[in-house]
Design a protein around this ligand. Sequence first.
Ligand code: NAD
Ligand SMILES: O=C(O)C(=O)C[C@@H](O)[C@H](O)[C@H](O)COP(=O)(O)O
Ligand code: ZN
Length: 367
Amino acid sequence: MRTINVDLGDRSYPILIGSGLLKDIAHYCTEAGFSERSPLLVVSDTEVAPRYLPALEEALRSHGYTVVSHIMTAGEASKSLAVYEEVMTTAIQAGLDRNSAVLALGGGVVGDLAGFVAATYMRGIGFLQIPTTILAHDSSVGGKVAVNHPLAKNMIGAFYQPSMVLYDLDTLSTLPARQVSSGLAEVLKHGLLVDKEFVYWCRDHAEELLELNVEALGYALERGCAIKADVVANDEREHGLRAILNLGHTIGHAIEAVGGYGVFLHGEAIAIGMAGSALLAAKLGRDTSIYEDTVSMLTALSLPVRLPSEYDEDELMDAMMHDKKFKEGKMTFIVPDSIGSVSIVNDVQESLVREVLAELKKEGRPW
Ligand SMILES: NC(=O)c1ccc[n+]([C@@H]2O[C@H](COP(=O)([O-])OP(=O)(O)OC[C@H]3O[C@@H](n4cnc5c(N)ncnc54)[C@H](O)[C@@H]3O)[C@@H](O)[C@H]2O)c1
Ligand SMILES: O=C(O)C(=O)C[C@@H](O)[C@H](O)[C@H](O)COP(=O)(O)O
Ligand SMILES: [Zn+2]
């Protein structure tokens, strides 16, 4: 088993990555301090629950826990205030109390929504993340929990750390290929931020990663989680450094909101956004090889790097004005300086962003 600690003082917690962890769920709940006298709420979705929920419930009940489960429709469209209210109704009807906990069994959609329920039910109860997608190595760590507003991603949320992240690699074997690539976009992102060697390792092991080779995947998730944990430990509430985790997200979130949630998967939208950030880097005087390398690595992971022509640039610009880094009338972008190093650039000219969007729609090299 691989263990990474998220170092946040009295809110520190471990990320456990390994095979077969779910059968010991009751042990981990006890370790997290969850009481057997208060009901637990498991939140999952219609793809994950049939595969992994019955065994999880049984393992908890056989150790004396009372469990109630809420199964939401799979997909990004469920990350909404309406579904949040439905889960809250389940929690209230099941009699969850202040010593209860929410267990998020699923990908980032389940984790973000269930975490927001945990953060707000009776002003905060216990929370355990059980990620089942590659992408969720990112979403389960760091405590950003939220639901979407139709006009902007993750607009309604909180910072609320889990007590533990329990990453059972066995669950990843049932992921569809498109979800594998989407998750690898955020793995690559973590490398692009701070670790050039890891980026090239990802490129060299792209095939193994896409085939879900357990050794390669275990290492990639451990490295991705470790990079994220380190950034979060240094700037939990995004006063500065943490903004780098948003590489590709200014454009990516706009694509998700404008196209409709779930049309492009989160990792796919972020892949196009990272290609856009690399184009912006070139416009700001960085080496064009950053764009070439970024695009070739995204392509190796079967990720999109082009924006479909029907995406309206005015609508995308409007959506970007709702980005959380749009402050005091200024657009901030995370811009690569080289592979494995980025800067936070404030006050990016709107005209440059429009040029990037136009070029993202074109086939072939922009120069
Ligand atoms: N909180 C954060 O810091 C953070 C970080 C990154 C992304 N996010 C959010 O995460 C979300 C995307 O996460 P995601 O890609 O995991 O999406 P997701 O939760 O929708 O999961 C993707 C799809 O895979 C299915 N699935 C999940 N596990 C499976 C398994 N083991 N086998 C078969 N199918 C499985 C799901 O049912 C879903 O259809 C976005 O909403 C994004 O904004 C949050
Ligand atoms: O944890 C972070 O910080 C991130 O930015 C990670 C992102 O991958 C993630 O998509 C996050 O939800 C975006 O946050 P937001 O504050 O831009 O909504
Ligand atoms: Zn993301």
